[in-house]
Ligand binder design. Structure first.
Ligand code: PHE
Length: 339
């Protein structure tokens, strides 16, 4: 009988339980009315007197141990349940993070910047709120010049000297004022024009303008640079064609078309069945502009060009409505994954 009790003491000491239900079962098994302990107590009568003392000691030890075990397990389990209730389960696997994607305009801007960076162009930036000098006058557009109407300007105060820049040529004026020739710089940025919003136009859009000034820069340099850009960006087989045009700040001026990369010049609705699509404006910097910005026009000449990032992006990805760039519909934006 004593051995039986000792066995139970060992069992009780080693007992572990993972739930409160199992602890309760253990309690009933040992301490309950029909439990092991009551059986031993009931057997007490039959134990010979000489052994009663020792027997009693062991039964008491078993009782105390069982009671202790129940208390201790209960406490532990209740505590870990509380921890779980606080929402901290460090064993749970984490939620995977959703990665965003780059905006198509940024992808294209970065690509264009990279192409010109390889030719040694640096990046220059300037303010979106401009004064008349940097946006117009320095660029050979004095007050009352009719070409000011080409760019429907937003004035933000009654003072006509405070306006939202209509092109990033203003950044080039600032750059020329601060840096001596030779100059090779690219100015990407947001520009503003008071135009009705449609599938092909917006009152906010993005431009990248380039400026190259050195001794003996010729129109041939301009043409070759733009051909290189067109072939790097749209593919080696791309051809360009220059059409005479007018900008107040360049003379001569031209508009540049590329061979339609969508129909391979066979004719489609993107190129309006001409085989060519316009991508940018350019020209040789007017000597007046160089002088306005403190550059000796006898010694230096240069070329400038400007393109709309939306337009280039629409051509690259065959997007038909420019408004999609500004609506930030995730389903649209997620399609352009190149970092
Ligand atoms: N600034 C002109 C525009 O906004 C683009 C341009 C830049 C044209 C440089 C010629 C030379 O339309």
């Amino acid at each position: 009988m004593l051995n039986k009790i000792k066995e139970h003491i060992l069992l009780v000491e080693n007992f572990e339980a993972k739930s409160l239900e199992l602890v309760e079962k253990f309690r009933i098994d040992y301490l309950g009315k029909k439990g092991v302990l009551n059986d031993f107590f009931a057997a007490f009568k039959e134990v010979p007197n000489t052994e009663k003392k020792e027997f009693g000691q062991f039964v008491n030890e078993l009782k105390n141990k069982a009671q202790e075990k129940v208390n201790q397990l209960k406490e532990n389990l209740e505590q870990s349940e509380e921890n779980a209730g606080s929402g901290l389960d460090l064993t749970m696997s984490g939620e995977s993070m959703r990665l965003g994607s780059r905006h198509p305009l940024s992808i294209v801007k970065n690509e264009i910047v990279e192409i010109f960076a390889r030719l040694g162009f640096t990046i220059s930036e300037g303010p979106e709120i401009e004064d008349d000098w940097h946006n117009f006058s320095a660029l050979n557009l004095p007050e009352e010049h009719p070409a000011r109407d080409m760019q429907d300007t937003f004035f933000i105060q009654t003072n006509p000297d405070v306006l939202l820049r209509t092109h990033t040529s203003s950044v080039q004026v600032r750059y020329m004022e601060k840096n001596p020739a030779p100059i090779r710089t690219l100015s990407p940025g947001r520009v503003f024009r008071n135009e009705a919003i449609s599938a092909r136009a917006h009152c906010i859009f993005h431009q990248i303008e380039g400026l190259y000034i050195d001794e003996n820069v010729s129109f041939a340099d301009l043409k070759q640079t733009l051909l290189h850009f067109a072939q790097e960006f749209f593919g080696k087989e791309t051809e360009i064609r220059l059409r005479p045009s007018y900008f107040p700040f360049t003379e001569p001026s031209a508009e540049v078309d590329i061979s339609c990369n969508i129909c391979k010049s066979k004719g489609c609705n993107i190129c309006k069945y001409t085989g060519w699509v316009e991508i940018l404006g350019c020209g040789m910097v007017d000597p007046n502009v160089l002088e306005n910005c403190g550059i000796d026009s006898k010694k230096y000449s240069g070329f400038a060009f400007g393109m709309g990032v939306e337009r280039i992006t629409m051509l690259k990805y065959q997007i038909k409505d420019l408004r999609l760039f500004f609506e930030n519909d995730i389903r649209f934006l997620e399609q352009f994954t190149k970092a």
